[in-house]
Design a protein around this ligand. Structure first.
Ligand SMILES: [Mg+2]
Length: 251
């Protein structure tokens, strides 16, 4: 049996919450005149706290807008989707526009000051060593909602030559369960076992409802952006194994 590993990126390998908040602010500066200069420290702190609500990059601009507008934490947590839609409607934006703006903002930042951008990221302790070890043993994939080029850049920066065709990110436009289905078909359910590590509980729960993915082993990474209530819920689900950092990729 070959172990095939599929890893989420943000919140599993890399803590990019501060960079994401800062990129969201920079993106917002080109939309809203009142935003200028460096992002206030307090905004970043609130952003990091609320980061678990975000599924894809474009929502970061909307979350930063809620923070800048002084929307209360309870409101944001209870009605995040609605609040996002309200801003999109009021400001006459589109999801595509926001996705493009967010990517371009990051590209420009990386182009002008790559050290500053990289500096805001942190890989969780021990994960890079575990990743290298895993890559020596068998196929490893990154399955993320981040754009592929940013993943490559960050792994390059820590000296990991990760094959770009093993990165399934935003630009491929596939849901994570579709990627898992593809990996299962490619590697064969009889001769390999797919292990999927993710810090977003909703995503894991969604996979548990796919009958054709019943053979995929699911791991919840509790060191990432997970909230304590997510860990509790994950523990109660028999399909999901909860991993702490020390368990990471010990198969
Ligand atoms: Mg994640």
């Amino acid at each position: 049996m070959t172990d095939v590993v599929a890893l989420d990126f943000d919140g599993v390998l890399c803590d990019s919450a501060r960079e994401t908040g800062a990129s969201a602010w920079r993106a917002g500066c080109s939309l809203w005149k009142a935003w200028e200069g460096d992002v206030p420290r307090a905004f970043i702190d609130r952003f990091v706290e609320l980061r678990p609500l975000i599924e894809t990059g474009f929502q970061t601009i909307l979350l930063m807008k809620m923070i800048a507008d002084g929307v209360g934490t309870t409101d944001i947590k209870a009605r995040f989707g609605e609040c996002c839609q309200a801003i999109i409607d009021e400001e006459e934006l589109t999801r595509e526009e926001l996705v493009g703006l967010f990517g371009r903002t990051r590209d420009r930042w990386i182009e002008t000051c790559p050290e500053e951008w990289l500096e805001l990221h942190r890989f969780y302790p021990g994960v890079i060593e575990a990743l290298r070890e895993s890559m020596r043993k068998g196929p490893v994939y990154i399955v993320t909602t981040k754009q592929e080029r940013f993943v490559s850049l960050l792994l390059d920066a820590v000296g990991v030559a990760f094959p770009s065709d093993h990165i399934y990110g935003l630009d491929r436009g596939m849901k994570k369960e579709e990627v898992l289905r593809l990996l299962l078909a490619e590697h064969g359910a009889r001769s390999s076992r797919i292990h999927f590590v993710e810090d977003r509980l909703d995503t894991l729960i969604r996979v548990t409802t796919c009958r054709d993915l019943a053979a995929v082993s699911l791991y919840f990474a509790e060191w990432g952006y997970a909230r304590p209530e997510d860990s509790r819920e994950a523990r109660a689900c028999s399909r999901i194994t909860v991993w702490g950092l020390g368990d990471f990729l010990v198969l």
